[in-house]
Design a protein around this ligand. Structure first.
Ligand code: ZN
Length: 275
């Protein structure tokens, strides 16, 4: 890992990933009978064959054996089972001496770099707490502050469009009370989480009447941090159907962003997209 001398940005040099196949040549590796799934399964996690970090720090989570499904299409019961799996992998990885923080995430769609269409997510177990995660963990937020851009609630869990989004679509989901990590969620809370996650992802697909590409990740506590509040971030580069917004020169140069989508308008649209 390198650190940029000007900005302190951390960069992992992962030459080995250059040799990973861009697209599997013949059969989907995640379908039953494929390279990573010899036996029938419902959901499962496995060590990433093309890891971005060494020491089994990178895992893949297969959401379903159905190739053409998606997280939004799964039943609330099945998503709850996925939340259970995320929680148990968090416990297992955090119990390692050489792990400080666990990131659960998904890249859905070719536009955000997913090389395999089969519904899946990933887990990275870091030996440090990444800078952005530290920032998120340190800054305490007031859930009432985003009220006007809130577009859906389930059992107190809320989803809203953030006020200063870098990407055209930037959504957060959080529980009504301070819960540090997935492990601490009760079974009822896991069902509530699954319910709102499904609802939000379905609205995202209705937004452009298409499988909207997105990146999703879960912010949860890390070793030596307390008083943290679990939340989920979901972003899409699409500003319209099949139209991605690119972060361009003035933005890369300055770290200031120019977003063509008004967050309040987006919240209004998402509010209207009930099933
Ligand atoms: Zn498949």
């Amino acid at each position: 890992m390198r650190q940029d001398p000007w900005l302190n940005t951390l960069v992992h040099i992962v030459e080995s990933r250059q040799s990973r196949p861009n697209l599997p040549s013949d059969k989907c590796p995640f379908c039953v009978g494929g390279l990573e799934a010899a036996q029938p399964y419902k959901i499962k996690s496995l060590v990433n064959r093309w890891p971005a970090m060494s020491d089994n720090r990178c895992e893949v989570v297969l959401y379903t054996s159905e190739h053409n499904s998606s997280l939004a299409d799964l039943s609330v019961e099945d998503i709850t089972e996925l939340v259970d799996l995320w929680a148990s992998r968090t416990v297992a990885l955090m119990s390692r001496q050489d792990v400080q923080s666990v990131l659960i995430f998904e890249n859905r769609g070719r536009e955000v770099g997913a090389t395999i269409d089969h519904p899946h997510g990933q887990i990275y177990a870091f030996d440090h707490v990444p800078q952005r995660t530290v920032q998120r963990l340190k800054n305490k937020w007031n859930p009432d502050s985003d009220q006007q851009r809130r577009f859906v609630e389930h059992d107190g869990w809320a989803a809203w469009v953030i006020s200063a989004p870098i990407y055209p679509v930037s959504i957060e989901i959080a529980p009504p009370n301070q819960i540090a990590n997935l492990t601490a969620l009760s079974s009822k809370e896991r069902t509530s989480f699954a319910t709102i996650l499904k609802d939000v992802l379905q609205r995202l697909d209705r937004l452009f009447e298409s499988k909207t590409p997105y990146m999703m990740w879960i912010n949860q506590d890390a070793k030596n941090y307390s008083d943290t509040w679990l939340n989920v971030e979901i972003i899409s580069p699409w500003r319209d159907k099949d139209v991605s917004r690119y972060i361009a020169a003035a933005e890369v140069a300055t770290g200031e962003f120019f977003n063509p989508v008004n967050p309040e308008d987006l919240a209004k649209r998402l509010r209207s997209l009930t099933s």
